[in-house]
Design a protein. Structure first.
Length: 162
């Protein structure tokens, strides 16, 4: 943190500020960072929806928001949070807290968005878990953009990289 010429207050020693300073220092410190012509800084968090979203999943998003908020209190620029779902991941094990466990066993290793929803409410198990996470986050009125790896692959967004 030596690159930043900011008088530290106790609140700036909290871990979200420490992480924000790491980002700023990566670009040469606060003075240099302000010179960069950045229209928007993107913060990203991700999760694998192989089980039902839980407090740990929520925590992943909230921790990233805390760093984002700390960053914007230090640097005047637009930011955006992307919550990325690795819903093309293969199902590693059948969760204990879902119905139709026997049906799910035949889909081990298959992408989560190609597995039937054991709750029979959504297009797939991946779609079900994504919807549950979004609902959870929306209850707290968090500002995020949700991105599904399945949708990115289907749309061709990853073609150039691949």
């Amino acid at each position: 943190m030596a690159k930043i010429n900011v008088k530290f207050h106790d609140e700036l020693k909290a871990w979200p500020f420490v992480e924000a300073f790491k980002i700023i220092n990566k670009f040469g410190g606060l003075h240099n960072f302000k010179k960069l012509d950045k229209k928007c800084i993107i913060f990203e968090t991700g999760y694998g929806p192989s089980g039902l979203p839980h407090i740990g999943t929520f925590g992943e998003v909230v921790r990233t928001i805390m760093v984002q908020h700390s960053f914007t209190s230090l640097v005047d620029c637009n930011t955006k949070l992307i919550t990325f779902s690795d819903d093309m991941d293969g199902l590693r094990k059948v969760p204990e807290n879902v119905p139709n466990k026997e049906m799910l066993k035949q889909y081990l290793g298959k992408p989560l968005t190609s597995i039937p929803d054991p709750f029979e409410k959504f297009e797939s198990f991946g779609h079900h878990n994504n919807a549950k996470l979004r609902y959870f986050l929306d209850q707290f009125e968090l500002n995020y953009e949700f991105v599904s790896s399945t949708e990115k692959y289907k749309s061709g967004s990853f073609d150039t990289i691949l």
